[in-house]
Design a protein. Sequence first.
Length: 71
Amino acid sequence: MVEIPEEVLPDLGMAEGDELVVESDRDLGRILVAKAGECSGVDEGFASEVDDSIEEYGPALELLANEHKEK
């Protein structure tokens, strides 16, 4: 889970609740986070699988993240 500070969202053209896409660049060791539909090179099938995984495992991941914050 990645948390984007609320104060930078307007600078990025994002708002709470926006659907985001994550791309990785292994050669540079970086990730790119953008609003859905704004990334280039993201395979729609892959994006759909990610969405399905988030829908299925999102609540469990959120519980784990909250437990980690409490420690």
